[in-house]
Design a protein around this ligand. Structure first.
Ligand code: ZN
Length: 459
């Protein structure tokens, strides 16, 4: 038998709920065998992973690499920071600023975005479609072309033609997705509740960062989740709630599922690691939509992450369109959003190493869960024979301190500044090719343009 392209040997990997010492063999970018060292074939290249954990690469289904200032974000930079952080597949959101490409509302705009990715991305990527009044006829075509899902906004117009949906439009988008397997994806905040809460605060002259959570109450999220879940259930469309912020919304999620809704939810690391105290500590930098929540809501979210109510994690990586301006007093004038794709895997590993999160649950949250929901499984999100050889080697003893200047983004800040971690990625491999090497944040080779567009539900 001729040698395979690559073997990784002597690693520790998860097998049926336990750690085993084993390795894997890679041929033409795919895993062809997972076995004890003695049963691995000969190979052209060998990685000795003694003492390292071999884990699936993360699938980050919520990135905004084409939305924001081009000097701060683009799909090439985004894919590099993914590689550094152990994200081997990212799924780019529909909204885009025109300097990058048009928002993904039509087949031609999908082609423009995938062309941008093919030319610049280091790791593989998927794309989300967008839904609004202007593109209803395009939605079935986008789904057939392999978008992950179709994202709608209830109260905010992200860009140009990509406008917010009223209820009639929401229903019309859901009808076009019914039975397709592609979820209706919703930024779930009832816009009139947010508008009224904001108006009252401004009227009272309360515009400092610490009031921001009050401007977007949990009620707005809870109400929106119940509303869209009901629409999806009525017409037979899967519904996915992006960046759920409050653990107090989880009973509504469970009730909607019990009533028959095909409802999934993602949350983001920032809703697990930061609470409203961040507005006092970080001022305008802590602004994100939906906002950070109370400590009790954060604890409730952790419970949902552990017990499976929360389906998976995503970063909602954004490079805000202007400076956060330290010391700025009017929180309503500050752009929202955090960078986060690069730090997601490392900060979640901390929880698993500390024994606060089960290892298999961690890997489901970061890899298998998102891959399953959006139709990339089993090509992505799992280490199995036949899957793409997308994996991360983690050194349980390697230590790092997160510093913004060390990360591969061009953003002005990270919420995880100064975090010291023990047990971080030391290598990321995408389809058998090393795309980051060295203790996190590792060095990233210049291999722009090797990333492939991955169609959702391709099989
Ligand atoms: Zn987002």
């Amino acid at each position: 038998m001729s040698p395979v392209d690559l073997i990784v040997r002597s690693a520790r990997l998860r097998w049926r709920g336990d750690w085993v010492e084993a390795g894997l063999a890679v041929e033409r970018g795919r895993i062809v065998r997972i076995a004890k060292d003695a049963h691995l074939p000969s190979a052209d290249r060998t990685i000795d992973a003694h003492g390292l954990l071999l884990l699936p690469g993360a699938v980050d289904t919520h990135t905004h690499f084409t939305y924001g200032r081009p000097d701060r974000t683009d799909i090439g930079t985004g894919s590099r920071l993914c590689a550094s952080g152990g994200v081997t597949t990212f799924v780019e959101q529909a909204a885009s600023t025109p300097q990058h490409c048009p928002p993904t509302l039509t087949l031609s705009s999908l082609e423009a975005k995938t062309a941008l990715g093919r030319a610049n991305a280091l790791v593989d990527f998927g794309v989300h479609g967008g839904g609004c009044a202007a593109n209803l006829a395009e939605i079935p075509k986008l789904v057939r072309a392999g978008v992950a899902g179709v994202k709608v906004y209830m109260g905010w117009n992200p860009v140009g033609q990509y406008t917010a949906c009223d209820d009639a439009t929401l229903l019309a988008v859901a009808e076009r997705l019914a039975g397709s397997g592609a979820p209706l994806e919703v930024h779930a905040e009832n816009p009139s509740i947010v508008a009224e809460a904001t108006r009252r605060l401004k009227e009272a002259g309360r515009t400092t960062p610490d009031v921001y959570t009050d401007s977007r109450p949990t009620l707005a999220e809870d109400d929106a989740v119940a509303h869209v879940a009901r629409i999806g259930r009525e017409v037979g469309s899967a519904v996915h709630i992006v960046h759920l912020s409050s653990g107090f919304t989880l009973p509504t999620v469970r009730a909607a599922r019990a009533a028959g809704a095909d409802l999934s939810v993602e949350t983001c690391p920032h809703y697990l690691f930061f609470d409203t105290s961040a507005y006092r500590e970080r001022g305008p930098y802590a602004k994100v939509n939906p906002p950070l929540r109370s400590r009790a809501e954060v604890e409730a979210m952790w419970a949902g992450v552990r017990d499976g109510t929360v389906d998976f994690l995503a970063s909602d990586h954004a490079a805000p369109s202007s400076e956060k301006a330290p010391g700025a007093e009017d929180i309503f004038a500050i752009p929202p959003g955090f960078p986060g794709s690069e730090t997601m895997y490392p900060v979640m590993l901390r929880e698993a190493f500390a024994g606060r999160l089960d290892w298999d649950r961690l890997l489901y949250l970061l890899a298998e869960g998102p891959a399953r929901r959006f139709g990339y499984y089993p090509r992505k999100g799992v280490l199995l024979p036949g899957s793409d050889a997308d994996f991360v080697l983690v050194d349980p003893k390697a230590t790092t301190t997160i510093r913004n200047e060390g990360l591969h983004h061009h953003s002005e800040f990270t919420m995880f500044e100064g975090w010291s971690l023990t047990g971080v990625p030391v290598r990321t491999v995408s389809r058998g090719v090393t795309v980051a090497e060295g203790t996190f944040p590792g060095s990233v080779p210049d291999l722009a343009g090797r990333g492939e567009f991955v169609r959702a539900r391709a099989a």
